[in-house]
Design a protein around this ligand. Sequence first.
Ligand code: NAD
Ligand code: TYD
Length: 356
Amino acid sequence: MVKREMRNMLVTGGCGFIGANFIHYILEEADFTGRIINVDKLTYAGNPDNLSGIEEKFKDRYVFVRADICDRETMEEIFDRYEVDSVCHFAAESHVDRSIVRPDSFIRTNVIGTFTLLEAARQRMERFRLFHHISTDEVYGTLGEDGFFTEETPYRPNSPYSASKAGSDHLVRAYHKTYGLPVTISNCSNNYGPYQFPEKLIPLIILSAVEGRPLPVYGDGRHIRDWLYVRDHCVAIWLIMKHGRTGETYNIGGNNEMQNIRVVELICDILDELRPRENGSYRDLITFVKDRPGHDRRYAIDASKIMSELRWRPEESFETGIRKTVEWYLDNQEWVRRVKSGEYLSWIKEHYGIDD
Ligand code: NAD
Ligand code: TYD
């Protein structure tokens, strides 16, 4: 098995949902001994609260730089100043619904941003160890009732988001084939867990339910996603970075296929138990709304490659992971309050000024 040593890892989008969970994991739990350079533009989805305490706890091993990954000069400067030898690339515009309304920033950040980082790495190939690119199963399009996405499934993206991610995956692959840049790619299913911005299904449903607001379910609610607990995903990413074969793609999934309506009902049932409503069940708040255009019907991952090659296994079932997640949102009221009130954005403006 490969054994990569990485000293100065550039993590992009480290203040977002998965990036922040990854930084917590790699500094607090994993066997990484180097330094993390977290580069994040702090868009609406980047929340410094997700990493509160990290800077003080890891003074010599953690640096934050507010920057846009599309800014070539700044990226090159960061690569040189911090002697970056590896990249774990999370930064992206990530919400399908937003990409339908306004795709511009998706093309810019996901395609041009990835290209900019690849170029900075390519120019410094002699000391560069690995570019790990985080992608999504949505690049494969939609499944019917049977079958699973494997690493060999052809790309058929259906939304501007998934098309922009597909473009970035192709660029990463091409930089390996053409220039020999050491890369790995992972395509994972829907993540859930702590610090997820409440525009995505699971935190949106938890927080709306607690406030007694309608719980919007798109279309007939029978669309299927394959849920992956975010810590299980972080463990998989670090395994790939250390031991994954250069130039390879690994699919990561939690083997937890579920219809959206069932996800929403399960959240309601857990809340009924942990925080009962005065009148009735949280299920009474479920409201079917107009479907999303181009809504993919089913995603399901075949994760046998990473399971057999790297001996990765998800620890959480959906039942255990969703309970932990609901409890996290109930227990972290201050985080929730600052996200919902936009206070975290005012803090960013005060500290870093207004971005374009
Ligand atoms: P997120 O939206 O929570 O976070 C994205 C982060 O990137 C934010 O901190 C944001 O400020 C930063 N960012 C955005 N544009 C930037 C730019 N131009 N320069 C620098 N930073 C920028 O996203 P997430 O859910 O944590 O997803 C992380 C990665 O995982 C993405 O690449 C996404 O496509 C992929 N992914 C996510 C899921 C999921 O279920 N959340 C599933 C599969 C793949
Ligand atoms: P989402 O969390 O946006 O992730 P993705 O679109 O990347 O899969 O949505 C998950 C599923 O939940 C998807 O099938 C759309 C559906 N959905 C709803 O039914 N209601 C909602 O309010 C949202 C945000 C999503």
